[in-house]
Design a protein around this ligand. Structure first.
Ligand code: TGC
Ligand code: FAD
Length: 390
């Protein structure tokens, strides 16, 4: 039998092919060199300096819009994309967020619902990380219930005029193009709003206690006049933005486990070396129970992520299954981080260690892309046939 590997107790690496393992190694090395040494300071200071340079490097790695094909996108598998999300979130959720919003939300929306001209104009620079995109669905009064959105798009001659506010938009002030969802007389539609368009402004949200290295913005749309061809022609109704969310939520199923893995590894190292009562705390049964439970949930979550990835690659992944994965893996990842924090005692609350940072980040991850309650209700509806939202 192969030896027991604490880093891979179930032998899940056997499920990956050589290409996936090589990609994982490349991204892990990049993140370890370019992000890890600096990210604690970025988080403390609430900044990600040279985010545009990092975006271009992520583009060169093929990590932006990586499951899309053509227009400079890598055409990678869902499992490969998941592994990238995991490795990026193992250093900080902010980097994974950058990639999720760029690839799974903004580029995915353009690829799936855009015209050939829109794809040709925006996807190549976005895949290269030269143009950053954002995805604006949430409003100050409408988060979990986007069907109530107030942002309006009205016809004026051949043009569209957009008026409203969007809130909590990742990369809002960095974006060269915003994918904005608005209500029309004919239901919800998507629009591509280039930065600098008159009447369009982004204001960064300060004083965040989570995802501090990520830019999160409020978008103001004050009579933004757009030509007819700014509309995404294939997007009809709320199912369009919700379809994009399915892709981004899938990435989070993997990504959250990256944060959990880092916290688990930190706790394991600490438990082996920190001594109390004359011996390593890892020798106490209560600490071992914590470590065992963390490892069980981490690797069960990975098995689930891999299974969902295989279903996505086979074109058989249902939205309810994505909710299953997002609900379980984010909730369990957060629990792993919280338990790791207790293992580190007082050091657990220090930014000298990564645990508190990851834990705080996962509080956002639990809320965005559908709160855990939304995913419980999506599953509840699928299980009972009764719609709690209606
Ligand atoms: P409902 O009637 O259920 O659905 C409306 C239409 O949409 C279809 N649909 C989906 N289609 C594809 N994928 C999905 N996941 C879908 N979910 C629903 C549905 O079939 C229907 O189509 P049609 O043709 O019949 O009209 O809509 P509802 O109003 O009852 O809402 C249900 C609910 C609560 C599940 C939905 O509103 C929801 O998911 N709310 C959560 C909102 C959310 O997740 N917001 C995220 C904003 S983006 C973000 O957070 C980015 S953070 C990124 C980062 O930094 O990493
Ligand atoms: P609310 O919807 O007001 O919910 C508050 C609480 O009530 C939650 O616990 C919720 O689960 C609960 N609740 C609501 N309805 C029900 C119900 N029917 N039954 C039971 N409980 C219920 N949005 C974007 O569009 N684009 C982005 O790029 C983006 N990036 C984000 C980045 C960060 C850092 C954060 C924190 C958020 C981001 N969001 C983004 C917004 C995010 O998607 C919303 O915050 C989320 O959908 C929840 O909306 P809300 O905050 O308005 O909470």
């Amino acid at each position: 039998l192969p030896p027991f590997d604490p880093a891979d107790p179930l032998g899940l690496d056997d499920l990956l092919d050589g290409t996936d393992r090589a990609l994982r190694g490349t991204v892990r090395a990049w993140a370890g060199e370019r992000v890890l040494p600096h990210v604690a300071g970025w988080h403390e200071r609430g900044e990600m300096p040279d985010v545009r340079g990092l975006a271009r490097e992520l583009g060169a790695l093929g990590a932006l819009g990586m499951t899309l094909t053509g227009h400079g996108c890598a055409g990678a598998s869902a499992v490969a994309y998941g592994l990238v999300c995991l490795e990026l979130e193992a250093v900080d959720s902010a980097v994974r967020s950058l990639v999720s919003v760029q690839g799974s939300l903004a580029m995915y929306a353009i690829d799936r619902f855009g015209s050939p001209e829109q794809r040709a104009r925006w996807l190549p620079p976005m895949a290269a990380g030269e143009t950053i995109g954002c995805f604006a669905l949430t409003e100050p009064e409408h988060g979990s219930d986007p069907a109530g959105m107030r942002t309006r798009a009205e016809r004026r001659g051949g043009d569209w005029v957009l008026t409203g506010r969007k809130m909590w938009i990742t990369n809002g002030s960095l974006a060269g193009v915003a994918v904005v969802w608005a209500r029309t007389d004919d239901g919800v539609r998507g629009f591509l709003v280039p930065a600098g368009t008159e009447g369009f402004a982004a204001r960064d949200i300060r004083h965040k206690g989570s995802l501090r290295a990520s830019v999160t913005s409020e978008l103001l749309l004050d009579g933004v006049r757009l030509p007819a061809d700014a509309e995404l022609p294939g997007a009809r109704g709320l199912r369009a933005p919700l379809g994009c969310l399915g892709h981004a939520r899938y990435g989070i199923v993997w990504g959250a486990l990256g944060a959990a893995r880092t916290c688990f590894e930190t706790a394991l190292d600490y438990a082996r070396t920190r001594e109390q009562f004359g011996r390593p705390i890892g020798g106490f049964q209560l600490t071992q129970a914590k470590l065992a439970d963390m490892a069980v949930e981490l690797h069960k979550g990975l098995l689930l992520a891999w299974h969902l990835g295989r279903r996505m690659d086979a074109g058989r992944l249902r939205p309810e299954q994505v909710s299953f994965g997002k609900l379980n893996n984010v909730r369990e990842a957060l629990e792993i981080c919280r338990t790791a924090r207790t293992v580190l005692g007082a050091n657990g609350i220090s930014f000298e260690y990564p645990v508190m940072r990851h834990m705080a980040n996962l509080e956002s991850v639990l809320t965005y892309e559908g709160t855990s309650e939304m995913h419980q209700l999506i599953l509840g509806k699928a299980l009972t046939g009764l719609d709690a939202f209606a």
